[in-house]
Write a protein that binds this ligand. Structure first.
Ligand code: ZN
Length: 123
């Protein structure tokens, strides 16, 4: 007899990554040194960064150690949002709201013609 959790592990875990080295980070967390291929599996959600279990599919919660993946980090925000956040954090002149006159003065390649030079309006 095995529990559901055990069956889950058997069904979804293909094996474990063999770390190159194991150390302890200054904050007490375990540091697993893995090769570039293994690191890619961890980054893409096909292996657990904690217990190094290898999954058969993209997995959010590790069935072995219950480590929760940061799902939001897997979904890249649109470039437009990032630009907006960058602009807010470090506003440039470009990002400042301008009046119409300020905006027009900023356009240097616009030819300015005095009103008197404009062709008379035909009646
Ligand atoms: Zn795990």
């Amino acid at each position: 007899m095995s529990t559901d959790a055990e069956q889950d592990v058997v069904a979804r875990v293909k094996g474990f990554i063999e770390p190159i080295f194991v150390g302890v980070a200054p904050d007490g967390k375990t540091l697993n040194g893995v090769g570039p291929e293994d690191w890619r599996m961890i980054q893409e959600g096909y292996a657990c960064p904690e217990c190094l279990a290898i999954f058969d599919t993209y997995t959010i919660t590790c069935p072995v150690c219950k480590h929760q993946r940061d799902v939001l980090a897997d979904i890249p925000p649109p470039e437009l949002w990032l630009d907006h956040l960058k602009e807010r954090a470090n506003p440039t002149e470009h990002g400042q709201p301008q009046t119409f006159d300020q905006a027009m003065r900023g356009l240097h390649d616009v030819e300015s013609i005095p009103l008197s030079k404009l062709r008379k309006r035909r009646r």
